[in-house]
Structures are given as C-alpha cells and as structure tokens.
Design a protein. Sequence first.
Length: 763
Amino acid sequence: MNSPTDQTIFDRVQSSHHIQISIDNLARGIDNYHIDVQLSKRFRLDAKKLIEVLINQLSVPNPKRWNNSNAFEKLRETYVDMLTVLIHRVKTDLIPDDVAFLQFAIIKHLLITIRKCLDDNVATVATRLTEYRNKGASEALAGSHRLFWLKKNYDLIMYNVSKQIFGQLLRAEERELQTVRSQFLGEEFQFTRHAFFNPLLYTSQLSSLPLLLNEYSLFSWNEEDEGFIQLNKKLEKLMNRRMADLEISPLRDSENSDVDPEIHDELGGLFETQPFLGTAADAKNHLQEHFNWFEIEENIELLFDINRLSDELKARRKELGFKEWWRQRAELNRIKTTVLSFSRMLRSNKALGQLLASQYMRRSLSASILEIVDLKVVCQFLCGKIKIKKLQESIKGSTKLNKEQIKSLEELRSKIKKQISKADHDDTLRLLCDFSAYRRDLKYYRFAHRAINRISILRSEEDLKLSRTAGTLYQIPTTAEVEEDDERICHHAIMKADVRGSTTVTDELQAKGLNPASYFSMRFFNPINKILETYGASKVFIEGDAIILSFLEYEHTPQQWFAVARACGYSRDMIKIVSSNNRYSSQMGLPNLELGVGICYSDAAPRFLYDEDKPIMISGAIGLADRMSSCSWNLRKALNKTLFNVDVLRIADGESDKGQQYIRYNVNGILLDNDAFEKLNKEVSLRTLKIKINGKDYLFHVGQYPDMQGRKKDLVIREGKVGVWKELQIQEGVDSDEVFYEVVVNRKITSMIRERINNLNAA
C-alpha cells in the first residue's frame, strides 16, 4: 500500500462506482411483470393540488411571486410521514432493496401528475381557441397567442414546477429523513437521492434549453442532443490520450446494440437516453448502473483544481523531498496541459463561447426579455451567432424589444464576449464539472426510468382488490392511513415495577388521621397515569405494590417500534415521580417508597384471555420482568451504596436459590434484560462511551428516541459486569463475560455524559 508521500495525484481518484437495486424479493403484480403499488391518497391529493396551483401560477407571462409556504409545508409533512412508514418496514416484511425501489413509485406519480396537469392546461386553452374560432369571436387572436406561448414555454413551465416540487422533497430528505435513512437503509442506498432529485427528470427532453441553461451548460443552443454527444466524444478521446492512467469508457456502449431492450418505457425516458447511452438492456431483476472516474463528482475537483493542487505541492515540498516533489510536479503539469487542451478543443469547435455564455446568461438574463423572445434565439444572439436585427425579426406579433431591452442585451453580449476572451482555468474547470455532472445524471436518469417502468401505480378499486387478494399489493400509506383491521400486535415489551413500602406508608398515614387513598392518588397514581399516553403504555396491572405495563408494537406501524426505549423513558419518569413523592413524605415524617423496575422484551405477540369483556394479558415476559424488578435482601446488606441503582450477580454453582441463577440489587433502578437491550440497539442509534468516574471505568451506551408525540428524549444505559455470589458474599476480583444493562437515573451522571457527548460533537 502506498504511503501518502508515494501516492500519485491519480492514486487519490476513485476509479469507479457501481449502484444496484435487486427486486428479487418483491412479488410480481396482477400482470405478472410490474410491481403493484398503492400510494397514499393523502399524498396524491396534496401533490395534485399543489401542482395545479403552481402550473396556474407559472403558465402566464411574467408570473408573480406567490406565497405557497403552507402548501409546501403540507406536502413535506405528508412525504416525511409516508416515507417514515415505508422505511421502518425493513423491521417487518421488506429489505432495504425493496424500500429503495418502492420509493420510485413516488417519483413516477409526481412526473406523471406534473405532465398531465400541464397537458390538461394546454388542452383547455386549445379547446377554448377552437370554440372562439367556431363562433368567430374576437378572443380568438388572444387565445391563439396564449396557446403559442404555452407550447413555446412548455419545458420552462415543466422545469419550474418540477424544480419547486422536488426541491421541497429534497428539503424534507435533508432535514427530517436523513437520520432514519442512514439508520435503517445504511450508506449503501444513499445513491438513490441522486436518482430521485436528478434535474434531467424535470423536463420533457434531455437537451431542453431551460434545463441546460439552469443546471449545466449550453451544450447545444438549438436543443439538439448531438451538441453534447459530439463534444463528449472528443472529450473522451482527449482524456484517454492525455491521461492514460485513468481511462474514460465511452458513454454510449457500442456493445449494447444487439442486447434485448427493456420491455416497457412508459414515460419515454429510455428512448430519450438512446442517443447518449445506447439501447437500455433488459436488467431483469437487478437494476444497475456503472460510473467511471469522470462521472464521480468529487474526482473532478480533486484532479483538476490546479490552484489547490499547486498550493498543496508547494506546502509539502520539504516533506516530499526533491525527487518525489519533482515527480508530482510533472504530474501536475500533465494535468495543466490536459485542462488547456480541453479549453483549446472547445475553442476549435466554436463551443467555448456558447458554453461560457450560458454561465453568465443564467445569472444575468432578464425575465422580461424572455417573455418576448424565444430562449433559443436569445442564446444565439448572446453567443454572437446572430445580429440584433435577426433577433427582432424572430419575434412574432407587434411586440418588439424596446431600446432599453436592446441596450441591456447588447451590454450583456459585450460582457460575455470579454469574459470569454479572458477565460481562465476556473472557467474551464466549471465546464469540466458540467460535462461530468451531465454524464452522471444521464445514467441516474436511465436508472430511475428502469425502476419507474417496473412499477404499476394502481388506482381502480377492481385492480386494487385483485392485487390485494393475491398478496401482491405494496401499499405506501401515511400513519393515519394504516388500516385499523391490519393493526396486529407483533412484538411487545413489559415493564414491571415492584413498589415497596406502600403498606408501611398507608399504616402511618392512617395513624396520623390522613387519607392514604387521596395521598397515593395525588402523589403517585394520577401522575403515572398521565404519562401513559406520552409513552404509548397500556395497563396490564396496577395496584399499590405492583405496576405492570405493556408497550405494544403493531405490524403495519414499524415507524412506532420503540417499545423498549419508551418503556425505559416511562420508567425514568416514574422514578422521578417517586423521588418527588419521597421528598414530600420526608417533610411529613413518613417512610419513603422504593421502586425496582424490570423491563423485558418479547419478539412475539402476547396472548389474551377474557374476563367478560376485559382482556387479561398472558406473556412470559411478565414473569421475567418480575424477577428483574426484584431486590435481594441479602445482597442489600452486602453491597455498599454506589453511584448506580442496579447490580446483578450469578449464584455460584451448587448454591442456587429456588432454582434461580441470579440475585439482583435493584433500589430505585431500572434493569433491562439482554433481549430488551438488543432490541433497543435496533430502535435507536446508540453511541458507546467509556468514562472514568471516581477512579473507576464505566461503559455507557447513549442515544435518543422519540416519544409518541415525536419529541426527542435522551437515554443513557450502563453496561455492567455480572458478579459472583458465593456463601452469602460477593466474590471480589472474579472476571465474568456476562453483562447486565441498567437505565441510568442519576441526574449528575446523565448530565456529565451529555456534556461529554456535546464536547465530542463540537470537536
């Protein structure tokens, strides 16, 4: 392996990148080919309403600035809700590949809806124009101009609407969904973001001028694909000649000419890519794309940013030594020569002007001028291909450019000409980035359409019923749309609290002439009942000396599978309530209450018996939680009070007590069984910290979980070593591989750990 000083500049480049989604796991739908999907009705309605509003707003010359913030927020909320439900299904019936694939149903629906709403708008204007003409109405001329304007600006309207819609979803991805994606899908499927939010999806053709002007460079001012294709071929030849260390494979694969093509092309996306990429081969059950080094965004800056590379080399001259420095300097000169050759190649093909012009047009072209003149003609003028007279002649109707507009266009043309004449390395680097990005996005575009063409979004009740009955329908609902009859319990956690001292407190309250019922209601039962809903807890059993709660997980709401985390949160709050109650008792001269809490998890549904209409839960986790909440009196006497509230010891061989293998110390503490901790690890992302306290090392697991209202709450778990109990004594110095898990309730410890986490994050 090369050391950093031995590495060439080319060694730092990522040579290739491969993406893939398998659909082997998904059942084929009612036509035995497509994957049947039913999208959230709420999302479909929110999206359609917003798209129709945006099209109406943007389908007029010189559109106003509208405040659509409420509609945007509503769409984002629905999208986040729907995606959260879908992503959490990796806990039940889906694998990450399935989730990554099914999300393309959302993209497909949006693309179809945007195109349909815009086509309906154009069709409505065309129908009115026909009616005006049949009646000989005076509005026919205005209607004709209106229809001409809509058709001329079709791609611009589609681009602007799509940009705003997908921009809102991207915002939701970056803010709300990034964490849940990373946790449940992993880094392997981060590439889907490029496929979902690819600018090439925003227009009806890949060389659309609004698209090229706003997202890339003006590879062609007449909207012909051949503009980019010819320049790209020369770029490939140049790079492969100048930089033999890194080969760029041809964008269009000539070997694919005889392959079996994809069967379906519903939105025409694969047909659009043919001139660039060739025939899209039938990918069967594995959708994939391969990217070479030039199509990986980071590589372009890494390899061709001459100024940065020169500064780095200069700073490291002494460290490298003369020989190595000279070698890397030669590499850098080769890269410089390659960039200059690229610039000369563009000049010789008379393309540098139009490419650089588009960079300045993007920032400076007046919207009021574009309302009068066709974008293609303006581009031709600003690139120096036509005169102002021809520009004016291209404008249909009586409206012409006024003197002010002509002056501003000529000034912009002059400015662009000057910029082009003194084009430098930074300008060329931006163009290289645009070529790289366009190549990359072409492949993501094809990948997206491969997925889109395998999805059937069902709407008719007949098709939905048929697919649902066959078990081939994949529903993508919001939380509120999950059907109630599908709310089947699949897992559960049990929390048992052993309440100690309630009888003594009751006796002393009565001796003082006080009402024990009101005391416990106000100080204990009412407060713990109030927080049941916060943590999604259900009562199994609550009496004076025992509290048993269940935390249920339902099959079709995996986004709410936080049973163990919420049981831990409820238990912490309950102990806080007891502590507060104890302070009051001390003021009244009463004995304190004491709790011992055990939390257990079962990867199965509990069973129920019924006493008339009252359900009685049957679960093995209840008995285990009872043992976890217990506290040995012998161990209390032998154990010195520590910072923590829980300890577990294995009973030595031959000394088992009533068949029990462990004794436990649990005084106002919360003990998790190992299955519960393993489940907690799946629910939340836990960070492990080793901290020395009072000269002793402790191991903690720290994370955050949401309560039922979505509020984030901190959780700290201590991992302790199981000790040995022999001859009624704790055996010191005995190593053990067994561990136990305690929910930390000591506020000083939790505050210290939070501070440590904040410091680590800041660093």
